[in-house]
Design a protein around this ligand. Structure first.
Ligand SMILES: Cc1cc2nc3c(=O)[nH]c(=O)nc-3n(C[C@H](O)[C@H](O)[C@H](O)COP(=O)(O)OP(=O)(O)OC[C@H]3O[C@@H](n4cnc5c(N)ncnc54)[C@H](O)[C@@H]3O)c2cc1C
Length: 488
């Protein structure tokens, strides 16, 4: 098999489909769960507590690749923080495990419950409680999707600046995974844009932390602790996020380079020059052409340029007025050419929209083509060129295919691994994570650890750090009922 670094779009459709097996594992703790169900029905009434065949198969998985599907023993759609607190208190008393689920778009198995446990879905808690354009905040229930939020904000000329690609995801899921996405290079990730949380602890207390303000030095910052904790410390019921007025002027540049190495080296240079694009993504050359043809998109790149371009940078600039934008565009174009770009093309609004949508489809394309694992390592962005080289070497060593697309501006490269042999795949994954960690990076930039990366997270982390995390978990959840088996 060709082992050079390929774009997923270069692959052809001789893929195989995974046949998933849904496991209805043996219920270990049947007395407790039966008692739990009885008490939950007493509390919520008939029809609110679903079991067995009443639970759709959708609730046995998220979008992660290669994980076993597990149907929860019981599914409850939570309607309020009070209900959530009462249900969690009963579960805690009976030592029944509780897993939160937003929209199930996660990529690390975080929302897969245990077979003898309860899955609490936040889908019905989807009210936008307030949009405060004076304080630049929006307050939402945890189940509100990014798509619903962005539509409501657009009506008042605002935007939630974080853009984790999957718009069906819930804000609660975004908080639990500390979701990132394309716009992190300018606006940061979820943790930089959440101001306040209401959450339910394992003992059934409802606690508020933070609020409609940007500063606080008032004891431990519980919001930040819960952010990225994947439902293992508390269940989020209400969220206050920062919002920002829609930028009046934007332009998207498509920038061809002669090699992936050239593009990786150009990025730190561009960012060093004090430009902060809102999006800085990289796509390999042939991949871009396949993406464009799938979308029926004419990007206006002359053949002479396209033939020499092995990689493209997608760079979006946003400013409050057209004049500043044009000045920025000129300066950044010069900087890109100085850094080795073959040319710089400004796309029309419609071309840009379609191109970014196509870039977002990378995960589904990889999945269709038979990817068996998706890795979202982050490294310091200056290390991206070395990282890419070393990933190529791993591919060569194992004679296996590894493809890459990247949030280039923030050092987060998404790798798709196509190895189907489980033992080999495990070695490849471990080696890739080792490369990332040795370059000063971390196992997961934005998708979380869940169960998919737990082994590698433990393998490549300082044991003292994991031990401290376990102590924090015990302080929040002494009986270990909240999303057991996730993270560590
Ligand atoms: C095509 C595609 C593109 C994607 N692109 C990106 C991207 O660019 N950036 C990115 O960061 N992610 C991306 N993702 C991953 C995914 O969308 C995010 O991880 C998202 O944050 C998950 O939200 P969710 O509501 O679907 O959560 P779920 O999958 O339901 O759950 C995820 C985790 O959050 C926990 N959780 C959910 N709700 C709560 C709650 N109320 N309280 C406590 N814990 C809770 C769950 O227990 C689980 O551990 C992508 C996924 C897909 C399928």
């Amino acid at each position: 098999m060709n082992c050079r670094m390929l774009s997923i779009f270069e692959l052809h459709s001789d893929c195989y489909l995974h046949k998933w097996r849904v496991t209805f594992a043996l219920v270990k703790n049947s007395d407790s769960i039966d008692t739990f169900i009885e008490r939950a029905i007493q509390l919520l009434g008939d029809g609110r507590v679903l079991v067995g065949g009443d639970i759709s198969e959708d609730y046995s998985h998220d979008e992660s690749l290669g994980l076993e599907r597990i149907a929860p023993h019981c599914l409850i759609y939570i309607h309020s923080a009070k209900e959530c607190a009462d249900i969690v208190a009963i579960a805690n008393e009976l030592s029944v495990s509780v897993t939160a689920r937003g929209s199930g778009s996660g990529l690390s198995g975080g929302a897969i419950a245990t077979a003898d446990g309860v899955l609490l879905s936040f889908e019905k808690m989807d009210r936008i409680l307030e949009i405060d354009t004076l304080n630049h905040t929006a307050t939402l229930e945890a189940g509100v999707t990014l798509s619903k939020l962005s539509q409501a904000l657009a009506e008042v000329g605002f935007v939630y600046p974080v853009y984790p690609g999957e718009l069906s995801a819930s804000i609660g899921g975004n908080i639990a995974t500390n979701a990132g996405g394309m716009r992190a290079v300018k606006y940061g990730v979820t943790r930089h844009n959440v101001l306040g949380l209401e959450f339910v602890t394992a003992s059934g207390n409802v606690i508020e932390s933070g609020g409609k303000f940007v500063k606080s030095s008032s004891g431990y910052d519980l919001c930040q602790l819960i952010m990225g904790s994947e439902g293992t410390l508390a269940l989020v019921t209400k969220v206050t996020v920062a919002i920002t007025p829609v930028a009046d002027s934007t332009v998207t540049l498509l920038v061809p380079f002669a090699s992936v190495g050239a593009i990786s080296s150009a990025i730190p240079e561009v960012l060093r020059s004090n430009f902060t694009p809102s999006i800085l993504e990289y796509v390999e050359g042939s991949g871009l052409m396949v993406m464009a043809s799938r979308e029926g998109l004419n990007l206006g790149i002359p053949k002479s340029v396209a033939d020499g371009a092995r990689a493209y940078l997608i760079c979006m600039l946003e400013e409050s007025d057209q004049e500043t934008l044009e000045r920025q565009q000129l300066r950044i174009s010069d900087q890109l050419i100085e850094s080795g770009a073959l040319d710089v093309f400004a796309l029309s609004a419609s071309q840009a929209l379609h191109l970014l949508a196509a870039r977002e489809s990378a995960f589904w394309v990889a999945k269709d083509l038979g990817a068996t694992e998706m890795i979202d390592i982050v490294v310091p962005r200056s290390e991206v060129p070395t990282f890419m080289e070393k990933v190529g070497a791993v591919g060569e060593r194992y004679e296996t295919l590894i493809t890459a697309v990247g949030h280039a501006g923030d050092g987060n490269i998404h790798l798709s691994v196509f190895e189907s042999d489980p033992k080999l795949k495990d070695h490849i994954m471990s080696d890739l994570y080792k490369v990332g960690v040795e370059l000063g990076g971390e196992i997961s930039a934005e998708h979380g650890i869940g169960t998919a990366k737990k082994k590698y997270f433990i393998e490549h982390s300082d044991p003292a750090k994991i031990a401290l995390m376990r102590e924090i978990k015990r302080a929040f959840d002494p009986n270990g009922i909240l999303n057991p088996g996730k993270v560590f």
